[in-house]
Design a protein around this ligand. Structure first.
Ligand code: CTP
Ligand code: MG
Length: 234
């Protein structure tokens, strides 16, 4: 399939927020640090770029790094755009969604989840097309309690609790209107499922993957490095 053929048949845009500062992990921004051959952002873009239903990838980066990002993504595909992020993840996603000519469906994926594969993508895409809104999740297996700095408070029953991952998929109109409404209301959520489900719109749950690590804290980076050499050779 040539890239022109793909652009005629594909129906998914992808927005990849990558404009965060990585304050919890510190040091060089985690999405641009080398993990194996590439950085996490590039691993993500490569995972999406091989999919035949995807022909529009919008990377949202820090304003000052846009030309550098364009440069290191330039030889992957001709349908990658790079736009400037905002001061929160939600604002960065909004900026990505404001790009011209989104395709019918949109996937939103954090640049700091490099272990995204075709099977996970396939589950999310199928449910997105069927239901208009879908996201991967895995059940919470640990005991969960509220606590302060030093001691635990109340237990929280873990039945029915899920850790929600990305990529999250939506019909274009569903996600764009949810973002506009949240913006008007000054409402801030940690992910896109929370914006869409705010008014009772159901978001369909598909199986996430234990591999789909979100690199957040310093030990997540160590874990990602340890896992990567195995992952690359699967
Ligand atoms: N993100 C973004 N724009 C922001 C904040 C976050 O595009 N203003 C992106 C991050 O680059 C990351 C994803 O949203 O790909 C998830 O955010 P998170 O893991 O919280 O990353 P950071 O915000 O960079 O880290 P921290 O919260 O520790 O500062
Ligand atoms: Mg953050």
């Amino acid at each position: 399939m040539t890239s022109e053929d793909r652009q005629e048949t594909a129906d998914f845009s992808v927005v990849i927020p990558a404009a965060g500062s990585g304050s919890r992990i510190g040091g060089t921004r985690k999405q641009f640090r080398k993990l194996g051959r590439y950085n996490p952002l590039l691993h993500c873009v490569r995972a999406f770029a091989v999919h035949p239903r995807i022909a529009d990838i919008i990377v949202v980066g820090p304003e000052k790094d846009l030309s550098e990002i364009e440069f290191f993504l330039s030889d992957i595909a001709n349908y990658i755009r790079v736009v400037a992020g905002g001061s929160s993840r939600q604002e960065s996603v909004f900026n990505g969604l404001s790009a011209e000519g989104l395709l019918d469906y949109v996937l939103i994926h954090d640049a700091v989840r490099p272990f995204v594969d075709d099977a996970l993508l396939g589950r999310v895409m199928a449910a997105t097309v069927e239901h208009g809104a879908a996201a991967p999740a895995i059940p919470v297996y640990d005991s969960v309690r509220r606590g302060d700095d030093d001691t635990f408070g109340r237990p929280i029953p873990r039945e029915g609790l899920f850790r929600v991952q990305t990529p999250q998929g939506f019909h274009k109109e569903v996600i764009v209107s949810a973002h506009k409404k949240a913006r008007e209301d000054g409402w801030e959520g940690t992910d896109d499922v929370s914006l869409v489900s705010r008014f009772g719109r159901p978001v369909y749950k598909v199986d996430g993957s234990g591999w789909n690590l979100k690199i957040t804290a310093p030990d997540d980076w160590e874990m990602a490095e340890a896992l990567w050499s195995y992952w690359e050779q699967r």
